[in-house]
Design a protein around this ligand. Sequence first.
Ligand code: NAD
Length: 484
Amino acid sequence: MTSTRIHSRKRTTSSMNDFRMTIGGQPVAALRTEPVINPANATAFAEAPYCDEAQLDEAVRTAHAAYASWRARPWTVRRDLVLRMLDAVRRDSESLAELLTREQGKPLDKARGEVNSAIMFAQGYSDMAPRVERLRDTPTQRVEVHRRPLGVVAAITAWNYPLLLALWKIAPALLCGNTVVLKPSPQTPLTALRLGELSRGLLPDGVLNVVSGGDELGESLVRHRVVRKIAFTGSTEAGRQIMSAAGGDLKRLTLELGGNDAGIVLADVDPAAIAPDLFWAKFSNCGQVCAGLKRLFVHETVYEAVCAALVDVATGVKVGDGFAPGTQIGPIQNRAQFERMHALVAEARAAGARTLFEGSIPGGPGYFFPVTILDQVSPAMRVVREEAFGPVLTIQPFHDVEDALRRANDSCYGLGGSVWSGDLAAAEALAQRLESGSAWVNQHPSMGPDIPFAGVKQSGFGVEFSRAGLDQYTDLQVVNLKLA
Ligand code: NAD
């Protein structure tokens, strides 16, 4: 790495136009930069460094060099250092939230919520002290299971929750004694770069490295021989490619992928009472939530009433610039996704879908998409079959609950699912038959640092959160002593 790329070690707060990567505890510029677009006005507002192959190699090697001493520190020391980093995040939370709104588009109060939630989940992991499991303890033999760190973890993240997804990976990886190279989405690299900056001088050099660039940078990181684990959140297609690339040297994998969650509304609900929760189950974060509600199945006896109640809620919702007071839903995060959502809706309408509701959007060049509720849809339509990652909800009536369950499970995805009913026992029994990693009753989604989160089928591989999620950043070692 040339000296011109390494800048002063002094901790400074980057301005809106001066974002550096973090490699070996140093701020590092790149020879090339890429514009970062504000989706509310489709205009570039900052430049992000575009990491080259030599810099990526440097980041992985510096993480590897830092690993030996980091893993040797006691859990309590690592935990205190991670908590120090979280304190810095907390102190910077308002500027991080503003940056999130600018690069991701979400309303400022939701961006503040994302920062708080990221800290809360990371702290949740820090409360899970490691344990040693004693399997046998006899006069002749003692057998224990220990958890050992893996080495360098590559954390690769999507653009819908840039800070949350980053800390969901960094915190458990570091706490367990691994070191990290984080590569955020090229659509939303700035909060991750800021996170790297905040960590400088708080974590030992090389323990957390943040590089920015496109999909091919992610591919190079996955293929790097020194990397021992990939912690990935993104599309199922990229997850497939990563799984196959990681096979060469059997890297460990956690893949949190796409979802096409179903919700089943039974005949005994109070439509007006559940409508706000159903609505936000779909439309929060502009419908860009992996485990958001995407396909709604409603019993025919309450179908008209549920549709009407949802339209009532939708009518009062404000779509706009995340910085504008009162905005509840921001723009779609990027042009490609914006165009894809337009295509899915146009195709569905051409094939006979009915528009129950289409909201209004501000004028101008931003990627604003109206809140859209469609019915008279069929499973053959892409808006039903594929993941509609945007503010479009499809609703289908059902007569027989077994038929609803079959249709809900008729998907290659299996992230979350929900059942809505006043009869908790009936709802729970049905929820347990959903082919999904999480099955919710009268809510969708609901997550916490102590609750495992995992996808089945093509929604994922591995677990996040809880001790099960923490353990994903370790291998187990059996220590087996012959005592006599
Ligand atoms: P994406 O797969 O296009 O990109 C995600 C990240 O992977 C980016 O950093 C990208 O540069 C990188 N990448 C892409 N191809 C790669 C490859 N072959 N090798 C290595 N890295 C690669 O996804 P996206 O469009 O950024 O995000 C939207 C998707 O993420 C949706 O499908 C959504 O459901 C999913 N998601 C899942 C979860 C979950 O927890 N299951 C959470 C959030 C988002």
